[in-house]
Ligand binder design. Structure first.
Ligand SMILES: [Zn+2]
Length: 137
């Protein structure tokens, strides 16, 4: 879904998208893993597959050199999903390793596929990257 700069940011900040996660989608470097996490959620919501790819660590299980197929997967997920809400449950910051636990409320064709995930982030060359995620129950 294309998101207007003047609509509320999908990450739930209550700020306009153009003053929130879009700054990062346009190239600014998130200062914390938490900012990165929120901006990745917003990137899924706005179907910005290149941002997802650029912020994924090379050792992540999704990482592939076949970026065309990967982009396709992200597009499909974004198109099929209705990103309703993001809630941050926990943020453990660190020098070059950080964790964010969040709940993503997502519906696909009326079906609730909401999940809670604890994500791990690593800082590489001064840039936070998504390393891995673990589903919580
Ligand atoms: Zn945002």
């Amino acid at each position: 879904m294309k998101i207007s700069g003047n609509s509320f940011c999908p990450c739930g900040s209550q700020k306009k998208y153009k003053h929130c996660c879009r700054i990062f989608h346009y190239g600014e470097n998130p200062k914390s893993a938490l900012e990165l996490m929120k901006s990745r959620y917003s990137a899924f919501a706005s179907n910005d597959s290149l941002y997802i790819i650029d912020t994924t660590h090379r050792d992540n299980s999704d990482f592939t050199q076949d970026t065309k197929a990967w982009q396709e997967d992200i597009h499909n997920f974004s198109k099929q999903s209705d990103f309703r809400k993001l809630e941050i449950f926990d943020f453990i910051d660190g020098e070059d390793e950080a964790y964010v636990t969040f709940k993503a409320t997502i519906f696909q064709g009326g079906i609730d596929v909401t999940f809670i995930e604890k994500s791990k982030f690593l800082k590489v060359d001064n840039q936070w990257l998504y390393y891995s995620g673990e589903f919580m129950t």
